[in-house]
Design a protein around this ligand. Structure first.
Ligand SMILES: C[S@@+](CC[C@H](N)C(=O)[O-])C[C@H]1O[C@@H](n2cnc3c(N)ncnc32)[C@H](O)[C@@H]1O
Length: 322
């Protein structure tokens, strides 16, 4: 049996019997005015962050969500979209699709604005999306891609890139870890399926997303997630796992590599009315400008003593250079 089959079995079971806290988040669930999330969807929240952000969802975007779980984030996406078939939900596990379908019936009872046909549930795999090229505005996955091996992750990211329209967005949440993960833990198929052992370092995760062609990356959140502690898991040293929320935008790839926003900010404090780096960045006195890591490094390299560059906050929330 392959790790993909083990994953299917884990989520078949999780579809048939909701498993609160399985693989997953304890972070607060995004509340929106007039949105009631059925209890069953909360119990089947198998994600590790959020991929739903109002700022990605202007102008009725066509949304693709891969790995539906109990359907909570699909409902949240539909809140912004509200069109028949406006949100496609794709999953490889039939039982998960059936559970999500039932959960949408519950959601209809609680939310007068919601109709189950806003969501177009489809069977299929992230590794071969049954979706046309350049047809999606916002694609999302929450806590699925970390399960994949590097080879399969490369395929899954390429598939997401293929189906997105130019400048479309891939929004994702996954665990990451900068600690060494011993091979026997990485290869533990069940732990992998439970989002506990397949994760990459954040640096490798971002590099793989960029390698798929995305020209702009945003690290929107980075939070403590889990530990694998000796005595509880077959490890000699404690492994610290974080979860991240990352948006990857299908912008053209700049010649000098992707623009990666990690929450760094430049502030000019010289005596001139402004500072212009000649590369498109104008800093006004004592006004923060969000900068990507490339711009932050280039400004630092100027060696000036009138530009402050903040450390990464890992909570980039829009605006700035590039
Ligand atoms: C960790 S759960 C996350 C569910 C949901 N995204 C959430 O946040 O609650 C992983 C989901 O991906 C689905 N899945 C597993 N392998 C898949 C694949 N190869 N292609 C598409 N979906 C898959 C599982 O059935 C499950 O619904």
């Amino acid at each position: 049996m392959s790790y993909l089959d083990t994953t299917k079995n884990v989520y078949k079971k999780a579809a048939e019997t909701p498993d609160v806290g399985l693989c997953c988040t304890t972070s607060p669930i995004g509340q929106l005015p007039g949105l009631e999330i059925p209890v069953i969807m909360r119990e089947m929240n198998y994600g590790c962050g959020s991929t739903v952000s109002a700022r990605d969802l202007v102008n009725n975007p066509r949304v693709l969500y891969v790995g539906v779980g109990g359907g909570m984030e699909l409902l949240q996406f539909a809140y912004f979209n509200r069109q028949k078939g406006g949100v496609i939900g794709l999953d490889v596990v039939d039982e998960m699709l059936a559970a999500a379908k039932n959960n949408f019936k519950e959601a209809e009872k609680l939310n007068p604005w919601f109709r189950a046909d806003f969501i177009d549930l489809r069977q299929g795999t992230a590794l071969d999306l049954p979706i046309n090229d350049n047809s999606i505005d916002v694609a999302a996955q929450n806590c699925l891609f970390n399960i994949f091996t590097k080879e399969d992750l490369t395929v899954a990211l390429k598939e997401m890139y293929r189906v997105l329209k130019p400048h479309g967005r891939l929004v994702m949440s996954d665990p990451v870890s900068d600690d060494f993960i011993p091979p026997h833990i990485q290869n533990d198929e069940r732990l992998r399926a439970l989002c506990m052992s397949g994760m990459l370092s954040l640096e490798d995760y971002l590099a793989m997303i960029a390698a798929a062609g995305f020209g702009t990356l945003e690290v929107r959140a980075r939070r403590p997630y889990r530990v694998l502690a000796p005595g509880h898991y077959d490890v000699d040293e404690l492994i610290y796992i974080e979860s991240v929320e990352v948006a990857a935008i299908k912008d053209p790839m700049p010649a000098d590599g992707p623009c990666i926003f990690t929450g760094k900010t430049a502030i000019y404090y010289g005596s001139a009315p402004y500072f212009d780096d000649g590369a498109g960045h104008v800093l006004l006195p004592n006004q923060p400008l969000a900068v990507c890591d490339k711009t932050a490094a280039a400004l630092k390299d100027l060696g000036r003593n009138d530009i402050f560059i903040s450390a990464a906050t890992w909570h980039y929330d829009g605006g700035g250079c590039c």
